[in-house]
Structure formats: structure tokens, C-alpha cells
Write a protein that binds this ligand. Structure first.
Ligand code: ADP
Length: 356
């Protein structure tokens, strides 16, 4: 598909270039021919005038195609010059056709590359998502089918099945919510609308959201963030802090503490979320921001649910904000996720100053 689109685009480039080139060639031909005819007619009237005045013409004039008694310049020579002009213009246009064909093909490839990348990314997203949704749906379906075939299924057993199914459906719901969230941030990458926000308020809002989970694990969240005004998307930044705090709690033992702090640098702010949890192995660090990636430790040692989408959403949000996210971690010691964001997003603010 990409190849045929590339060829079509090349053909369009060629058509446009050749149309311009041919138009110029026709114009050049017309100008040259009219100049030639003008020259012939000037020469003719000059020689005719001299002849009338009885001037003598040396015989060599006859040998240069000049016929003083008739048309002054041999019409065959004029036609020959015209033919030559046409041949030169055809040669020049053929050269332009060849060169622009090559360049057109290269440029068409470059023009289509981002579209191709986007389509590949979308296809990967659909394939990964379908795969992730298919697995729990299949196990849910088979559990129901097995129980339905069971002639001795009791009311108690049916209730257990329904409870388990509801919990599976809840997980599927949170997976579809995360997928929607990821798709939304993917879509708004170039259309992000920023406003002036209070960092302290954003962090407080994120902490309020995850406080119930922290409470379940008797965990303490220390908030050492500065009250500074930054440009950003209110929902995006709140989601970003919530994801990092949620992970810090999910992957920490009970009664551990999580700290969120900030540090202002020249034109940017660093926000760090530190935990004392299971940590991340060195080999996993390059992959944790990939979609659906979960470390083996997270899968096996903890009963923390998750689909490996949180950090890819977090990465998308920092990208939208022209920032960066990175992690320092030691297995069994803990992790520190650090986000660096520009304080001002030049020429991207669409609303008047506003505090969330
Ligand atoms: P999940 O929903 O599985 O938490 P994420 O994309 O948020 O998905 O995280 C990807 C993986 O990175 C997790 O499965 C976990 O293995 C690892 N991870 C993320 N945050 C932490 C953390 N604070 N401590 C230890 N491991 C983490």
C-alpha cells in the first residue's frame, strides 16, 4: 500500500514539475522564435534599404545564407534554428523528467514516512489491545461455560462464579479505560491546550485520588512539592502524578512511605516520586515505558493488578509537555521516577491565567 501511494505521489510531483517545465519551455521557444523573426525582418529591411541606395554587397554574404534579393536569410536556416531550439528544449525537459523522477520518489518517501509510521503504530496498538482484551475475555467465557455445563452447580457456587466474573469485568473495564486514556493522549499530541496551573494544587488533587489505596496499605505519602505556577494540561498533569503515585504504592510493601518532591531549575521543574518498594531490575528499565510491558517481579511477586499501560501513558503526557521522564531504581530498595517539565510552554497557552 505504501509503495503504490509513494508511486502515485511521485507521479503527481512529476506531473506538476513537468507542467511547469513544459510551460516555461513553450514560453522560451515562443520568445526565441519571435526574437529570431524580429532579427530576420530587421536585417531584411536594412539590406533592402541599402540595396535601394545602390550599395554593393560582397559575394561572401551569399554564402552565409543571406539572399539579398529575396528574403535576406535563408528560410531553411530559420527552420533549422527552430528545430534545434525544439531539440534542446526536449533534451532539457527529458533531463528534468529524469532528475525530478528520482528526487520526486525520494521526497514522496519522506512525505509519506510519518503517515506510514503513524499507521504502523496504530496497527500495533490495535493488535496489542485486542490481544490483551482477548485473554481475560476467553478465560471469563470458559469459566462460565464450564460452570454452565456443571449439572451439580449450587447456588453458592453460582454466586462465587458471579463474584469472580464481576471482578474480571472490573479489570477489563479498567483496561479499556486505560486504553482509551492512552488513545486520547496519542490523539492530542499536537493539539495540547495548556493553561497556567498551580503545581501544588495538581499534586494535592493526585494525592486525594490515590489516598484510599494508600490507606488500605497503611502507607504514608509525603508531599514536598513547591507551590509554583507551571504551564500545562490540567487533566494530563494530574493523570501523570496519579500514575506515578499509584505505581509507587502498588509496588511497595505495607507501611512503606512514598515521597513526592520538586526542584526548580533554570526554566524547568523536576518532580520526583520516590518509593521504598520492590524496585526495578536494570534489564527491565529500558522497557517499562513500552505499552503492555510488566516486569516478571511485578507479575510474580506482587498481587498488584495492572496491564503495563500506566507508564506509557505517563510518557505520552510528558512528551506532550515537551518534558522527559526517567527512573533510578535498585531491586528491593526502591525507585525514584523523575519528571522534568518546562515551566513555560511558549506560544501554546490558549486560556487566561487560571488555578486548578
Ligand atoms: P502497571 O499497570 O503494570 O503498573 P505501568 O506501565 O505503570 O503498568 O508499569 C510498567 C511496569 O513497570 C510495572 O508492571 C512494574 O513492573 C514496573 N514499575 C512501574 N513503577 C514501578 C515502581 N514504582 N516500582 C517498581 N516497579 C515499577
Amino acid at each position: 500500500m505504501f509503495r503504490s501511494a509513494r508511486l502515485k505521489l511521485t507521479a503527481w510531483y512529476l506531473l506538476i514539475i513537468m507542467f511547469i517545465s513544459m510551460s516555461f519551455s513553450i514560453a522560451i521557444y515562443k520568445v526565441l522564435v519571435s526574437e529570431l523573426e524580429r532579427f530576420v525582418s530587421i536585417q531584411r529591411s536594412r539590406i533592402e534599404r541599402r540595396l535601394r541606395e545602390g550599395e554593393f554587397f560582397p559575394p561572401e554574404i551569399h554564402f552565409r545564407g543571406m539572399l539579398p534579393h529575396t528574403s535576406i536569410m535563408d528560410p531553411e536556416l530559420v527552420e533549422e534554428i527552430k528545430r534545434r531550439i525544439i531539440l534542446i528544449l526536449i533534451a532539457v525537459n527529458s533531463g528534468i523528467l529524469l532528475v525530478s523522477g528520482g528526487f520526486g520518489y525520494v521526497f514522496a518517501g519522506r512525505t509519506l514516512k510519518p503517515i506510514q509510521d503513524m499507521l504502523d503504530e496504530q496497527n500495533r496498538f490495535i493488535t496489542d489491545s485486542s490481544h490483551e482484551l482477548r485473554t481475560p475475555l476467553t478465560s471469563l467465557k470458559s469459566a462460565m461455560e464450564v460452570n454452565l455445563r456443571d449439572k451439580h452447580l449450587t447456588l453458592k457456587g453460582a454466586k462465587v462464579l458471579i463474584t469472580e466474573s464481576i471482578s474480571e469485568v472490573n479489570k477489563l473495564q479498567s483496561l479499556s479505560d486505560e486504553l482509551l486514556q492512552l488513545a486520547q493522549y496519542q490523539k492530542t499530541q499536537d493539539l495540547a491546550k495548556f493553561e497556567k496551573l498551580s503545581l501544588a494544587n495538581l499534586v494535592k488533587k493526585a494525592i486525594r485520588k490515590i489516598k484510599p489505596i494508600a490507606k488500605q496499605k497503611n502507607m504514608l505519602i509525603q508531599n514536598n512539592t513547591l507551590d509554583i505556577e507551571i504551564d500545562g494540561s490540567k487533566h494530563g498533569l494530574c493523570d501523570l502524578f496519579t500514575i506515578l503515585l499509584d505505581n509507587a504504592i502498588k509496588y511497595s510493601p505495607e507501611k512503606a512511605s512514598v515521597t513526592i518532591s520538586s526542584q526548580k531549575n533554570d526554566g524547568s521543574i523536576e518532580i520526583s516520586v520516590a518509593d521504598q518498594g520492590i524496585g526495578i531490575d536494570k534489564k527491565d528499565i529500558p522497557h517499562i515505558f513500552d505499552r503492555f510491558y510488566r516486569t516478571d517481579v511485578a507479575r510474580s511477586k506482587t498481587n498488584a493488578g495492572g496491564y503495563g499501560l500506566g507508564l506509557s501513558i505517563a510518557k505520552k503526557i510528558t512528551d506532550i509537555h515537551h518534558g522527559s521522564i526517567n527512573v533510578k531504581s535498585k531491586p528491593d530498595k526502591g525507585s525514584v521516577f523523575t519528571i522534568r517539565l518546562p515551566i513555560h510552554q511558549t506560544a501554546r497557552i490558549t486560556k487566561p491565567p487560571f488555578f486548578s
